[in-house]
Design a protein. Structure first.
Length: 110
């Protein structure tokens, strides 16, 4: 599992992305809920944002659809990255998706 920061806007999911200068939109993704909570608490993003658990399949779907403008992802960023114009270090969206494609997708039993 991985974690995103998201909120509902007009009954639609809005996922937190960062603007990083010339590389455009960047998606912060966290390996633990605690890291995501720390980032959210110290990042100064305002109200309504929540930590949200996400599967590999959902991340792929988001990155190819709703978050098509995202160019890169940054894994477990420090909160200071949200307050600066520094370019975060992370894999490209296509490299990250390729990595996720190698993971087994979790399918819940009904």
């Amino acid at each position: 599992m991985r974690y995103l920061i998201a909120r509902l806007e007009n009954n639609r999911l809005k996922v937190l992305t960062l603007t990083a200068g010339s590389c455009g939109e960047v998606l912060p993704i966290f390996g633990t809920g605690r890291a995501a909570h720390d980032f959210l608490r110290r990042g100064g993003f305002g109200g309504g944002w929540r930590v949200r658990e996400s599967t590999a399949g959902e991340l792929i779907s988001l990155l190819l659809g709703h978050l098509a403008k995202v160019q890169e992802v940054v894994l477990d960023p420090c909160p200071e990255i949200a307050l600066s114009d520094a370019r975060p270090e992370g894999p490209s969206k296509s490299d990250f998706i390729a990595t996720l494609m190698g993971e087994p997708l979790l399918i819940s039993a009904r």
